[in-house]
Write a protein that binds this ligand. Structure first.
Ligand SMILES: [Zn+2]
Length: 836
């Protein structure tokens, strides 16, 4: 949405801010704060009052150029204050001064409090900020829209024994004579309000690392310095990587990565002062799995990419959120792939892409970009479609344009729009300018319409192969939506192999020699499904080339999607999976296979479970024979991780008594390889009794790292015992589990094979309490677990409940979960027929 004066959520533009001088005095005992803000403003047209954003704040007094305000009115609905001037302000620069007070809330937004228990067992309080999208207005009165950029100068008055950080570098610290200090920070660059941060608490910082002149530190709750080395190394790498990729120096004067014990999201790209969940910054490389380390580096890379893409160049309005998020997610893969090439990050991206495909195959999907009137409209944008489908679309474009040409276009875009704001098409235009390719034409069909196509390859009687597209939906419905599909296909003929590239719109026969086999989406970066008709799949698998892991991954993922959509029989999928499993050694492919086998196990009737377990054991067997229980010194991280996936699949999915016994032994042992240790916990939990529950619960309470804490916590959701399920459920609301984690625990409980319905009954009963306690954005995500409740009776019950108890912060996400649940009801029926 452009600047539209009829939008009641846009501030009038007669007065704009240039520079804020903000002074805040938080009281960490009373959970309040007092502040003053002096704003250098520019009056652009004569005004009688000044309208800015304020929410949950009391503005006590104010003046404009020394003349006291005549009055203040609040517009709670639009979170605004109207400052009445008692006269007219004429165009030109002016100075607005306001003093105000507010509350350090426990809602994990605005200026809020987070608590932790220190090594002495004392509860300590941190005051911290989370402003995106529109919560800066809960910390100080401001023009809280992304295109009203300004410079910020922050001073925090804090008790002597606490540390304070903000977006700018600390420039002075003066005693105030009352046991406190006034800590002042350098001016920020010109930026949006949502990117400002300030944090006060019992914190420590690592020694700074110099990255091309920028000091980089990890800031963390006291006593956790021994867990910072890994993130510091990754952060330094990523900062330097992006300076090189974007060919622009880091735009801040220092960079702190800050670990916060209570955090609603994963991390937040505040300028110069990036905040994270502890699990993403504080880790012990010796006890964490490759997956846990990769997740941390992913998020660090993602946030650092934002320093340019989002912070230096910012969307004009909230409809543009998706672009910065999709792009930063794409940058994650780039940077992590460079940091650890052996992790094969683009292969692992297939798994997150699969999650986006899964939502996007529903009738209730949405376009990646859509009109946003109120900021609340954009809340639904922080989802898989933005991050993962968006990133996949960016990757598809990058591969279509060529990686170097794409990077040059991005550099051009960032240089041209530095310190300013853009619309989505500004990026496509910059790419078109620098590559000569019509980027906008290709992208519009992916960005402004929901869903994605299935490309069908069909062999004619004369041996030609024709490609055509139609919308892919799980419910079997289709419509006349069309995409510009950049297709890359490997083609084998009697005389050799070739690669065909085309932009598919209408059906087209592949030219040239007649194909013996075809692999559509052979680069595996197209965001579309592929269906092979007739014998084409067999011809590819029997007579085709050696497929690389990414190609095998895409085949498995597509065949499973076709199964969910009832275009492939369950029995045929299982046969296909058995065929693929024989020679498969790749982690990503196995993760996908194991995920689909887990779904089948969840749905198979009790009478058929033993039969399925036997087939799972047979599938895992050959790979297990190659990988085995014993890690080999110096082996690739992905082999270790594969061992964990296979052990877990064999023990839980295959119900292999020996593997279960071995895992029990590993759980009790010391110094076990992290991937095996993680698998062992999962296996013991899924097959264990009350004593095992006690042991894992104990370990959760005393976990030495955030990774182990989460591992143990999530294991508590998988016990096959109703009384233990009840204990885990109760822990989400009695203060045992942090509110930031409670939603994920409840989701895990919903997904419990035998006791998911019990978890649902609890959620329905405690609905009000859950909504009070959990961060609001997490509630719709928690409900993702309902798709596992795949009986017709439960589907009806859940549907009726959510009809009566709507979730206003995520109605579309909830509609997607409900639709996915109905799809699973159908899938379960077919699984029961096939495997009963
Ligand atoms: Zn982001």
């Amino acid at each position: 949405m452009a600047e539209d004066s009829s939008n009641p959520y846009r501030l009038p533009r007669g007065v704009v801010p240039r520079r804020y001088e903000l002074r805040l005095e938080p009281d960490l005992e009373a959970f309040t704060f007092a502040g003053t803000v002096g704003v250098d403003i520019e009056v652009l047209e004569p005004v009688d009052d000044i309208v800015l954003n304020a929410a949950e704040l009391e503005i006590n007094e104010g003046d404009l150029d020394g003349v006291a305000l005549a009055g203040i009115d609040y517009d709670d609905e639009h979170e605004r204050a109207v400052l009445r001037l008692g006269g007219s302000a004429s165009p030109g620069p002016a100075r607005l001064n306001l003093s105000f007070t507010g509350t350090l809330n426990d809602q994990l937004r605005g200026f809020y409090r987070s608590t932790f228990t220190d090594d002495d067992g004392d509860e300590r309080v941190i005051a911290t900020t989370q402003f995106e999208s529109t919560n800066a207005r809960r910390a100080f009165p401001c023009w809280d829209e992304p295109d009203l950029k300004a410079v910020f100068e922050v001073t925090l008055v804090v008790p002597d024994n606490l540390m304070a950080v903000s977006s700018g570098a600390e420039i002075s610290s003066q005693a105030t004579g009352d046991g406190r200090r006034a800590v002042s920070f350098a001016s920020t660059m010109e930026m949006s309000t949502y990117l400002l941060a300030f944090i006060v608490g019992p914190l420590e910082a690592t020694e700074p690392v110099d990255v091309n002149g920028t000091p980089l530190r990890i800031v963390h709750p006291i006593g956790k310095g021994h867990l910072t080395e890994y993130a510091l190394d990754a952060g330094a790498f990523c900062l330097s990587f992006f300076e090189d990729y974007f060919a622009i120096d880091y735009p801040g004067d220092k960079l702190d990565l800050v670990a916060i014990p209570d955090f609603a999201f994963g991390a937040m790209e505040n300028m110069g002062c990036v905040t994270f969940r502890e699990i993403l910054l504080l880790l012990d490389p010796d006890s964490s799995t490759q997956q846990e380390r990769q997740t941390a580096v992913d998020v660090i890379a993602h946030e650092l990419a934002h320093m340019w893409f989002g912070n230096l160049v910012t969307m004009k309005w909230w409809n543009g959120i998706w672009l910065k998020e999709a792009f930063a997610t794409f940058c994650e893969m780039l940077a992590v792939d460079a940091y650890r090439p052996d992790w094969k990050r683009w292969l692992a991206f297939g798994l997150s892409r699969a999650a986006a495909f899964d939502v996007d195959a529903l009738a209730a999907t949405r376009a990646i970009e859509y009109p946003v009137v109120s900021p609340a409209d954009a809340e639904g944008m922080y989802d898989l479609l933005t991050y993962e489908k968006g990133a996949a679309a960016v990757r598809m474009l990058e591969q279509y344009l060529g990686a170097d040409q794409f990077r040059d276009g991005v550099r051009h875009y960032l240089r041209h729009h530095s310190y300013a704001n853009t619309e989505t098409h500004d990026l496509w235009d910059a790419l078109a300018e620098s590559t000569g390719e019509p980027a906008r034409d290709v992208m519009d069909s992916w960005i402004f319409q929901g869903g994605h196509p299935v490309v069908t390859a069909a062999a004619g009687d004369d041996g030609t192969v024709t490609l055509s597209q139609s919308r892919f939906r799980y419910d079997g419905q289709t419509d006349d939506a069309r995409w510009q599909v950049p297709v890359v296909a490997a083609v084998g003929t009697d005389t050799g192999e070739r690669t065909d590239r085309l932009v598919l719109e209408d059906p087209v026969a592949l030219g040239g020699d007649r194909p013996v086999w075809v692999m559509v989406n052979s680069g595996a970066d197209g965001f579309y499904r592929v269906a092979y008709e007739g014998e084409l799949l067999d011809r590819l698998l029997d007579g085709g080339p050696d497929l690389d892991p990414l190609q095998r991954y895409v085949l498995v993922d597509d065949q499973w999607a076709l199964t969910v959509a009832d275009r492939l029989a369950v029995a045929d999928y299982l046969g296909f999976a058995e065929r693929m499993a024989i020679a498969e050694d790749d982690l990503a492919v196995w993760r996908r296979l194991a995920g689909t086998l887990g779904t089948l196990d969840h749905m198979v009737p009790d009478a058929g479970q033993a039969g399925l377990q036997a087939r799972v054991r047979a599938m895992v067997g050959p790979a297990w024979g190659r990988v085995g229980w014993e890690p080999v010194a110096g082996e690739n991280d992905r082999i270790g991780e594969l061992r964990g996936v296979l052990a877990r699949t064999l023990a839980v999915g295959g119900n292999d008594a020996e593997a279960i016994a071995r895992c029990r032994g590993l759980m009790a042992a010391e110094g076990v390889d992290p991937a095996l240790a993680a698998a062992a916990i999962a296996v013991v939990a899924a097959t264990g009794d009350e004593a095992d529950y006690e042991e894992i619960h104990q370990r959760y309470e005393n976990a030495p790292t955030p990774q182990l804490e989460l591992r143990y916590l999530m294991a508590l959701t998988t016990f096959d015992n109703p009384a233990l399920m009840d204990r885990t459920l109760a822990a989400t609301l009695d203060g045992t589990v942090r509110s930031q984690d409670a939603g994920f625990v409840l989701r895990g409980c919903l997904e419990n094979r035998n006791h998911g319905p019990r978890a649902w009954a609890y959620i329905a009963e405690q609905w009000d309490e859950i909504n009070q306690r959990l961060p609001s954005a997490i509630v719709p995500r928690m409900l993702g677990g309902i798709s596992a409740l795949s009986t017709p009776e439960l589907a009806t019950e859940v549907d009726a409940f959510l009809e009566a108890h709507p979730v206003p912060q995520g109605p579309l996400i909830v509609a997607q979960h409900l639709e996915r649940q109905r799809i699973n009801v159908q899938l379960r029926r077919r699984v029961q027929e096939a495997l009963g």
